[in-house]
Design a protein around this ligand. Structure first.
Ligand SMILES: *Cc1c(COP(=O)(O)O)cnc(C)c1O
Ligand SMILES: [Zn+2]
Length: 426
């Protein structure tokens, strides 16, 4: 890995040789989050926009020279990355925009953005000959790690808060993971997982502890720019919990700017649930995220419920350094965004993913984005992950389904009685 120069501690700025550290800065304990620094000149001799244009590989591995893995490292067979970027003109028009795209991360193998990070964890763990990989998760990071491990028969242990949605836990069990349901919060499951990994010597995928997760997540920015013909968007919206995704998106854009493949970095807008708004509060009150006490975390958007965002340093820099903002949305706004996004673009999102659209609406109301700008909303996970929330969302706005006997008379009668009447005839 001659293209990785060093790891920089984001607390003290000290640099470390990549081989010297497994996870965090030794001087700063679990807070000592590291950033991976690259030799862009060297990388530029190995990959270019032209070589990418000829690459038949649709997955994140098309960007392998930009990732913290050896060129020869075997990669898992699942198709991670290569998710669609859909133009959404009707959604755009709803809020006075003209150029809007939805990046559908529900199309990842385990149905969320987390597959991008877990794929890197798996490749690195196997390169080190790890017997077991572990993570704590509110659900999606776990499912991502579980699915990728299943694809290559890698043993793994997953710590999940006992309150995680049943669909997410079922997914883990189907993939054959050893599942530990922790009777406590995500934050408690995270701490327990760190202790267990240290005690048993497992490879640790935990977000913002393992510095390489950002490096997987950054591939979404590469794809967005490549899908837009290397003309970077002006603004990107994404739901934020721990802050690893938004930090990863930022890293991806910074890589591309350093390589000279794009000419600007989009403004990054982090959308938080008002019930779990550590970063929003820190942003609005100009607080130091390292000393700020954890906030309560209670929201229907379980994937962005984090009282102490683990990747808060990178998450804050992503918004501050790009001229973006943190935005807060209520659970009702998040729920309303599920059918709005689905009806306006055909993308069915789980609550944390729909939060990005709710935040985009808010930004348009506040004139933070203008009609001429090119805007991307990242839908981070599939609506099928949390069907209970989707049902709640549609029940609130209708229309109700028509329940009828299996004959045309019943259908005609039901249509006649329904407020929206019969669908148009030819
Ligand atoms: C994890 C996740 C997020 C938030 O990512 P962070 O890195 O925790 O900020 C948003 N949406 C979905 C669907 C997720 O799984
Ligand atoms: Zn340090």
């Amino acid at each position: 890995m001659d293209h990785v120069l060093h790891l920089t501690c984001l607390v003290c700025g000290r640099t470390h040789a990549p081989e010297a550290l497994a996870y965090v800065c030794p001087d700063h304990g679990n807070e000592g989050i590291l950033d991976v620094a690259y030799d862009y000149d060297l990388i530029g001799t190995r990959i270019s926009r032209a070589t990418l244009a000829r690459s038949p590989d649709p997955t994140i591995w098309r960007y392998k020279p930009l990732l913290p893995v050896e060129a020869y490292a075997p990669v898992p067979p699942l198709t991670v990355g290569g998710t669609p970027l859909y133009a959404a003109p009707r959604l755009a028009a709803d809020i006075g925009l003209r150029h809007l795209w939805v990046k559908d991360e529900g199309r990842e193998p385990s149905a969320s953005f987390k597959d991008r990070a877990s794929a890197i964890a798996l490749v690195r763990a196997q390169a080190q000959g790890a017997a077991v990989i572990t993570t704590a998760s509110t659900g999606n990071a776990a499912a991502a790690l579980a699915g990728l491990c299943a694809s290559v028969g890698q043993e793994n242990v997953i710590f999940v808060p006992a309150a995680a949605p049943p669909a997410k836990v079922a997914q883990l069990l189907a993939y054959g993971s050893r599942v530990v349901l922790v009777q406590g919060s995500y934050d408690q499951a995270f701490e327990l997982c760190l202790e267990a990994a240290a005690e048993y010597g497992w490879y640790n995928r935990n977000t913002a502890f393992n510095p390489y997760m950002t490096e997987g997540k950054k591939t979404a920015s590469y794809e967005i720019c490549e899908q837009l013909g290397w003309n970077a968007p002006d603004a990107v919206f994404v739901g934020v919990g721990d802050g690893c995704i938004i930090g990863g998106l930022h890293k991806g854009f910074r890589d591309l700017l350093a390589l000279g493949w794009i000419d600007h970095i989009p403004r990054l807008y982090g959308v938080q649930a008002l019930g779990s708004s550590f970063l929003l509060q820190a942003w609005e009150n100009n607080e130091d995220v390292l000393t700020k006490a954890p906030t309560p975390a209670d929201t229907i958007a379980d994937s962005i419920s984090a009282g102490l965002p683990r990747d808060r340093i990178k998450a804050m820099a992503a918004v501050r350094d790009t001229g973006g903002a943190y935005l807060g949305v209520s659970d009702d706004e998040i729920l309303a965004a599920i059918p709005a996004l689905a009806r306006g673009s055909g993308v069915f999102a789980e609550p944390a993913a729909a939060a990005a659209w709710a935040g985009c609406i808010k930004a348009a109301e506040r004139a933070l984005v203008s009609g001429a700008e090119r805007v991307v909303v990242v839908s981070t996970g599939s609506g099928l992950k949390d069907v209970a929330s989707a049902r709640k969302a549609v029940a609130a706005i209708g229309p109700e389904p028509l329940t009828i006997a299996p004959d045309m008379d019943s259908l005609r009668t039901a249509f006649a009685a329904s407020p929206s009447g019969a669908p148009a005839a030819r």
